[in-house]
Design a protein around this ligand. Structure first.
Ligand SMILES: [Mg+2]
Length: 458
């Protein structure tokens, strides 16, 4: 779920202390990462020091899940169409031109992981070292010469810093300059933004030197996902999700439900960490997993505010129905409980106490490469597994290309999510350095026995 709050005050200090005490500060300051080049299959060896030849679920004692786009699979095409309509109409009410904003969704312009340059009105796709691989001004593709006019030598300080440490630009001054669009909740914002730029350029008769569109679009996103709107019946997004869930969610198959049961029968502790507030999380989980969804998880954490969940020490808060109650200590956490906020250190202690293994092994599975993969990998020493639907949409790594929403996930404007010519994208690099394994959906993985040794692709 999209989160826009300020997560990372004093994170650097906190992490330096944490890593110095563990003798692993090197992980935070930057690994000895060799540039990798995409060679048609997957780039050469990972330099992160992880041993990642095979992966199997049976090796883990505590298995954590993200909810949206991980446990719960969305009909992303339908959802993105609906999100586009909400955002575009909001922007028109703000004064942007109907002519551009209210055109049908151009599926081919959409790709997960694009970066908005707020000041220049540009959208970027970058390589693992920050090099700008593809760029548009509004919806218009920029030539290499034009890219160099904006970004000498194809580099820009904010994206260079982002490529080195994605959390560096999450908050603070760089977050004012650039925005990453990381998952299917905000991917369509790139098209809304680009069309808003087109409309301004048309009014001005030429490109401007500075744009102030992003604050309006951020307001539109915040309104769309405002947590209070779910219960207050305000806004459009939640009311559409509630009134027509079959349009936007896939129900998990019996096979996948049985996979969760199998994990429980094998004494795995299962936990759910989601950014969604408890009400929307309950709708999503009950629609996709069924009314007994709570039975599959030993603890559920909602409104977790990832990635800060993995780096900060926020208290767990109890809930009574959909209402938050008070602070809950480690000793008060219960198996079967559901909470909001919280933090990784306390959750780790809680699960360690309840695991049958005195030194339990943890893995966390999610789709958001910053919130679910990079941050737990670097800041919490947790193994991670990435759910990446683009693997299937692009037909990579032996997966068929029969993704039902391929047209929304693949783009001939931007090219592959994973590479561009000989370059690996920054997203490919995060998958390679920070995930132990990557697959297109839990449905796919549930077809294999827990002991199955999956071959790691990186
Ligand atoms: Mg997710």
């Amino acid at each position: 779920m999209v989160m826009f709050s300020k997560h990372f005050k004093s994170v650097a200090t906190h992490i330096k202390k944490k890593f110095f005490s563990c003798g692993q500060f090197r992980l935070f300051t930057g690994q000895s990462k060799k540039r990798t080049y995409f060679t048609g299959g997957y780039a050469s060896q990972a330099m992160s020091g992880r041993s990642k030849k095979t992966f199997r679920f049976s090796d883990y004692d505590c298995i954590g899940f993200d909810l949206d786009n991980t446990v719960a699979r969305y009909k992303v095409g339908a959802m993105m169409e609906m999100e586009y309509e909400i955002l575009a109409h909001y922007m028109v009410r703000k004064g942007y031109s109907e002519k551009h904003l209210l055109k049908p969704v151009e599926q081919d312009f959409l790709l997960k992981g694009l970066i908005v340059d707020n000041d220049n009105g540009n959208i970027l796709k970058i390589a693992d070292d920050g090099k700008i691989l593809v760029a548009t001004h509004g919806t218009k593709i920029l030539s290499d010469e034009k890219i160099q006019e904006y970004y000498p030598n194809f580099h820009w300080e904010p994206t260079d810093l982002f490529a080195k440490d994605p959390l560096h630009t999450w908050n603070g001054p760089y977050s004012e300059k650039m925005r990453t669009l990381l998952d299917y909740f905000d991917v369509v914002a790139s098209l809304v933004y680009a069309r808003a730029v087109d409309s301004i350029d048309e009014e001005e008769g030429k490109p401007k030197t500075n744009y102030t569109i992003w604050p309006d679009l951020l307001e539109a996103l915040q309104q769309m996902f405002h947590r209070d709107h779910f219960q207050q019946e305000k806004g459009i997004y939640f009311s559409k999700m509630k009134s027509n869930p079959d349009k936007y969610y896939y129900k998990n198959s019996d096979n996948l439900i049985n996979w969760f049961k199998l994990l429980k029968e094998n004494n795995k502790l299962l936990f759910l960490i989601t950014g969604a507030y408890v009400d929307f999380a309950a709708l999503t989980a009950s629609t996709t997993l069924g009314p007994n969804w709570r039975d599959y998880f030993d603890i559920v954490v909602t409104y977790a505010k990832k990635p800060g969940f993995f780096t900060q020490g926020r208290d767990f808060i109890g809930v009574d129905g959909f209402k938050e109650t008070g602070v809950i200590s480690l000793e008060q956490l219960q198996i079967g409980g559901i909470y909001t906020h919280g933090n990784w250190d306390v959750l780790h202690k809680f699960l360690s106490i309840h695991s049958r293994n005195p030194n339990p092994k943890f893995v966390y599975i999610g789709d958001n490469l910053i919130q679910d993969i990079y941050t737990p990998s670097v800041y919490s020493h947790c193994d991670t597994v990435a759910v990446c639907e683009e693997l299937q949409a692009e037909g990579l790594s032996g997966h068929d290309s029969k993704h039902p929403d391929t047209h929304f996930l693949k783009s001939s404007v931007w090219g592959s999510y994973f590479h561009h010519k000989n370059y690996s994208t920054n997203w490919y690099q995060i998958l390679k350095d920070h995930s132990n394994f990557c697959f297109p959906s839990l449905e796919y993985i549930s077809k294999f026995p827990l002991e199955y040794k999956h071959k790691c692709m990186f």
